[in-house]
Design a protein around this ligand. Structure first.
Ligand code: NAD
Length: 328
């Protein structure tokens, strides 16, 4: 792959900022653009990750030396998109069609490049797949579901499935610890939307104070079961499972402690050709945090999307359909 990959990240929250820090350690990528709700920053030589990370929560990248406060910051990124090879969408997906509509704007502007996201909900990803034809038409390549779950753990399930002739179930049980919920507001709101009695719309309408009150009642913990996670759709697409209900996702989020409350595991159970029932288990190291396990795969898949694009493979694909590359 010739040249350094010029990356833009949409969203400068927990994941967007971590993305800046991770790219700063890479030789094959540079972060040229970033935006948040209040502004954007663009520097063709590469943005300073420390400066991005020194912005206080609630501040904006628009206040950086190379930044600008502006209402439609995504519009500004679209305006300079000829200078961008690949985009990591680290925006909240609230409402459920938010990212879908953002991608549509890039298509209308005929952006020819690559995208990845860390989208979580099955219904949101189903919507995304409807953009396949339009993305092909403009010669763009998009890989969806490139975070940890879906993403890293789902791709591991595809590898694990190879030992079996029949897959009985795939179970993902994640543990995430963050020291302050405000660093990852969208992630927490989207998780709350999975609690019994909550929806995407009711979670979106919560004020920060209401989120804090809810977390006070649970001592900062959220335990989630039977989440609507697109791991099911992504594994069905590549025939790991013949029915989505064989995939279950749940986990525990501690919003007051950076230590993981439980280890994150992906367990795939199946039957071998000689009739043995067994399970493969993939366990993430407890020291690896959410940002490492989401942004790392997202960037690996972004490099893969560029490779596909260079081989004239356009359209929208799932993270289970290709291996991520390693970014040096
Ligand atoms: P966050 O709330 O910390 O940050 C979101 C950022 O988007 C903020 O900078 C905000 O200003 C910006 N933003 C919001 N609306 C905007 C707009 N209209 N224009 C420009 N910028 C806008 O979010 P986060 O916690 O970093 O999460 C980002 C996404 O990643 C969420 O959708 C979350 O669900 C997803 N996620 C996926 C996984 C996974 O494993 N698949 C894990 C964690 C998070």
């Amino acid at each position: 792959m010739a040249g350094i990959i010029r990356v833009a990240v949409l969203g400068a929250g927990g994941l967007g900022r971590s993305c800046a820090s991770i790219i700063a350690k890479k030789k094959q990528m540079k972060l040229v653009a970033i935006c948040d709700k209040q502004g954007y920053a663009y520097l063709p030589d590469g943005l300073d990750a420390d400066a991005i990370n020194s912005i206080k929560i609630g501040g904006t990248v628009g206040d950086l030396d190379c930044g600008q406060r502006i209402n439609d910051s995504i519009g500004e990124i679209i305006r300079i998109s000829n200078e961008i090879d690949g985009i990591f969408i680290a925006l909240p997906n609230l409402p459920n069609d938010f990212m879908f509509n953002v991608v549509k704007r890039f298509i209308i502007a005929e952006y020819k490049g690559c995208f990845v996201d860390a989208l979580k909900r099955t219904s949101a990803m189903e919507m995304m797949f409807r953009l396949h034809g339009d993305l092909r038409q403009v010669n763009s390549t998009y890989i969806t579901g490139c975070g940890a779950t879906p993403g890293l753990l789902t791709a591991a399930a595809v590898i694990a499935a190879q030992s079996f002739v029949e897959i009985e179930n795939v179970n993902i049980w994640w543990g995430v610890g963050i020291s302050n919920w405000a660093e990852y507001k969208a992630t927490i709101r989207e998780d709350i939307a999975h609690l019994p009695g909550w929806t995407v719309d009711t979670a979106l309408s919560m004020s920060d104070k209401e989120v804090e009150e809810l977390l006070d009642k649970t001592n900062g913990l959220l335990e989630l079961h039977e989440m609507e996670h697109a791991d099911d759709l992504l594994l069905e697409r590549v025939s790991v499972v013949d029915s989505r209900d064989k995939v279950t996702v749940g986990g525990i989020m501690d919003t007051r402690n950076a230590k993981k409350p439980v280890s994150t595991t992906m367990t795939l159970t199946g039957i071998t050709f000689d009739g043995k029932r067994s399970s493969h288990k993939f366990i993430l190291g407890d020291e690896t945090n959410m940002a490492a396990n989401v942004v790392g795969p997202a960037l690996g898949y972004l490099k893969r999307a560029l490779w596909l694009n260079q081989h004239q493979i356009y359209g929208l694909y799932g993270s289970t359909e290709f291996m991520p590359c390693v970014v040096n």
